[in-house]
Design a protein around this ligand. Structure first.
Ligand code: 6PG
Length: 259
């Protein structure tokens, strides 16, 4: 594990994907409750991909549906593919189907990335303005929670290995070319935003991720090749929830192993 992240990464190995989703749902609920108890709106950036879709379906069902104050919950997106919002490739479409519609979340609480427009750079600028309207004039938005996945190439959100987006240290949102399918441009939050969050939660499942999980969490620092390694909130928690298959290369190093 790289020295600079070793003390603050909480790595939790869950027995399977269903156990991981349940653990993530409880964490989501606890972080939401902490925000709303202190009288604030709960801000969360959703991720795309297969794994979170299962989490969103669980959150939209009982007991979580009633345990979360949805009227005080604001959904944002960590990244989006440049496709229409009804496309099967759209992260918004996935969240809409799995969570937003089943909950009946008011449109004012959903802050999607308008990635369908012709110019991705413009879509990125517009989303930065949207963040500014919610978070105000901070140096970077401070999300209560950012959910992230990790691709087999080590990418997270749409921060792909060796792409300029990875170097961005000023803008909150940028457009980028993808490193993997679907090969459409992407809009992504940048590392300064991910690293300003109060809580970051990675959800990683499946044996195809095992070698990358081991490289990211226990290998030598390689930030250009492994973007996920650069996610390290400066004043927040960082938790990696991995199922046993994805943890095959690190289980002995994990902080907790759930039966
Ligand atoms: C996207 C994502 C991306 C995703 C990972 C893991 O839009 O593609 O936000 O970063 O989280 O690729 O996805 P899976 O959970 O499907 O493996």
């Amino acid at each position: 594990m790289p020295a600079e992240v070793s003390s603050t990464v909480d790595t939790v190995v869950c027995s399977n994907a269903a156990a991981l989703i349940a653990d993530a749902a409880y964490r989501f609920t606890a972080i939401a409750a902490a925000a709303t108890r202190s009288g604030r709106q709960f801000s969360v950036a959703l991720s795309g991909g297969r794994t979170p879709a299962a989490l969103y379906r669980v959150l939209a069902a009982q007991p979580f549906k009633s345990a979360i104050d949805w009227t005080a919950t604001h959904l944002f997106f960590g990244d989006e593919r440049c496709v229409p919002p009804e496309s099967p490739f759209s992260n918004f479409a996935m969240a809409k189907q799995a969570l937003i519609d089943p909950i009946g979340l008011p449109p004012a609480n959903v802050h999607r990335i308008r990635a369908e427009q012709v110019d991705p750079a413009n879509a990125a600028e517009e989303y930065a303005l949207e963040l500014g309207r919610f978070f105000g004039d901070a140096s970077a938005p401070r999300f209560d929670l950012i959910l992230l996945g990790m691709g087999p190439d080590g990418h997270t959100a749409s921060l792909f290995p060796r792409r300029p987006a990875l170097e961005e240290n000023h803008k909150w949102v940028v457009s980028t070319e993808p490193g993997l399918e679907p090969y459409v441009p992407r809009i992504t939050l940048t590392l300064p935003v991910l690293n300003s969050a109060a809580n970051v939660l990675f959800l990683v499942t499946g044996e195809d991720k095992a070698s990358t999980v081991a490289r990211v969490l226990t290998g030598a620092p390689a930030p250009a090749d492994l973007p996920s390694q650069s996610v390290h909130p400066v004043d927040g928690t960082l938790t990696w929830l991995v199922d046993r298959a994805a943890a095959a290369g690190i289980a002995a190093d994990a902080d907790a192993v759930r039966p």
